[in-house]
Design a protein around this ligand. Sequence first.
Ligand SMILES: [Mg+2]
Ligand SMILES: [Zn+2]
Length: 170
Amino acid sequence: MNKAVFLDRDGTINVDKNYLYKIDDWEFIDGVVEGLQILQNLGYKLIVISNQSGIARGYYTEKDANKVFEYMTNELKKNGVIIEKSYYCPHIGDKCNCRKPKLGLFYQAQKEFDIDFSKSFAIGDKLRDVLICKKEPVKGFLLDTNIEVDNKNIQKCKNLYEAANLIEKG
Ligand SMILES: [Mg+2]
Ligand SMILES: [Zn+2]
């Protein structure tokens, strides 16, 4: 079995610009490339799980979204970072099972990449990105937030780079 880090995208990997769909608007958050290199060197598979309700809202198309994910993947690859796969939910509301906080995409990734949750982490800037930690033995890092968290499997830190360093320290 493999271990993985489940990464949110907007606000975790790139600066959140609200329904970003243009590559020109893409901006990596400081330290993300280095942080992902650390995680990869530790043997974690890097998997992105993202809510992209801008599609259901009609702000952009799946094609637009795919282009942005492709750009991200290629830019990271130039720096030696391999994203195994990016999964996203294109819906709004709570009727699908793939929009976070629902866990559908996490289970899909687990199956596809034979992931051992008990050796894996989730990192994101919203509580919904790490709520898997309440249901499965995944540990989480919630970034850049003041909200109170009452789960011992979820810790708060500044950004992905800091989370990667904490994971490295063990
Ligand atoms: Mg986010
Ligand atoms: Zn969905």
